[in-house]
Design a protein around this ligand. Structure first.
Ligand code: OGA
Ligand code: MN
Length: 297
């Protein structure tokens, strides 16, 4: 029969039916990949996936990240190292405490970002699977960075071409009020360069590449660079570029980190359980290398 695709807009976000991700025939996998490059966000409702099946599907797109930002001695983990824990649960399975380090750290997910742009080799795709959803709030919003790029003036497109920003986890966490990285954590995650405009190889479309992780722009006074990044994020997250995903239990949503921004929305996280896990697929190289731009010294 094959999968069925219901686009939300002509080229951003599609819901995919008749797809069992635990056992996808090769022809359907090829159709899913083609849809993914086109729509950038895919929603697969009603999935029944073990962690191993979730990871096996993710690995069809490339290697899955297994490194942690926070020191696991100071912030013990509930899930296996291949998953980012996008829940409000402590390792013992209960709702986290108001003052927990994980809670303070994850508040940064409420800011517009793209996954792992603070790593030299950033995230290509993220696959987030929901087990328990909050009855109100706790949505995830996505912004189409190809449409945002297309809507820039020609003068701005020219200005951005070849520019490189510095991304770091400390930058976004400072904005959300988390500053107590240990020295060890800081050493493991030095700032990294990423281009501001990238090209998506599968379709040739250009895309803005900014995030709350981005700080200064190389070759520009620090305040000017930060102001430009803030203005670009404000432009790129206007309502006409945004899709809000209201979760159902057992949705798997995957997005292309190269050309989308996302953020979690507010919910009463000390009252309701929201339990989701994310597998993150690494990109093929640093974005400067992909664009043929020299990495600034
Ligand atoms: C993510 C993420 C935000 C949220 O899964 O990468 O940032 O809470 N999620 O939905
Ligand atoms: Mn994220």
């Amino acid at each position: 029969m094959g999968i069925s695709i219901c686009p939300v807009t002509p080229d951003f976000v599609a819901e995919v039916g008749d797809a069992d991700l635990s056992a996808l025939p090769a022809a359907d996998l090829a159709a899913v990949k083609a849809a993914f490059w086109k729509y950038a966000v895919l929603v697969f409702p009603g999935q029944d996936l073990t962690p191993a099946q979730h990871l096996a599907f993710a690995r069809e797109f490339g290697p899955v990240e297994t490194d942690r930002v926070l020191d696991t001695k100071k912030a013990p983990h509930r899930l296996n190292v291949s998953f980012a824990d996008i829940s409000n649960l402590a390792p013992d399975g209960r709702i986290w405490a108001g003052d927990s380090r994980q809670r303070q750290y994850k508040a940064g997910n409420r800011l517009w970002h793209t996954d792992s742009s603070f790593k030299f080799r950033p995230g290509l795709a993220s696959l987030l699977y929901s087990r328990t959803v909050a009855p109100v709030g706790g949505h995830t919003e996505f912004a189409d960075q190809r449409a945002a790029y297309d809507a820039l003036s020609d003068a701005m497109k020219r200005r951005l071409q070849g520019l490189v920003a510095e991304h770091s986890i400390a930058t976004s966490r400072r904005k959300s009020g988390f500053t107590d990285f240990t020295e060890d954590e800081g050493r493991r995650l030095p700032p990294v360069p990423q281009v501001l405009v990238r090209t998506i190889p599968q379709n040739g479309r250009k895309s803005l590449y900014v995030a709350s992780h981005a700080g200064r722009i190389f070759g520009m006074p620090e305040t000017e660079g930060r102001a430009l990044i803030d203005a670009l994020i404000a432009h790129a997250t206007q309502r006409q570029f945004v899709y809000t995903h209201r979760w159902r239990e057992r949705d798997l949503v995957m997005w292309d980190n190269r050309c989308t921004l996302h953020r979690g929305t507010d919910f009463d996280d000390l009252r309701w359980v929201r339990d989701m896990r994310r597998a993150t697929v690494s990109d093929v190289a640093n974005t400067c290398e992909q664009e043929g731009v020299a990495v600034p010294a």
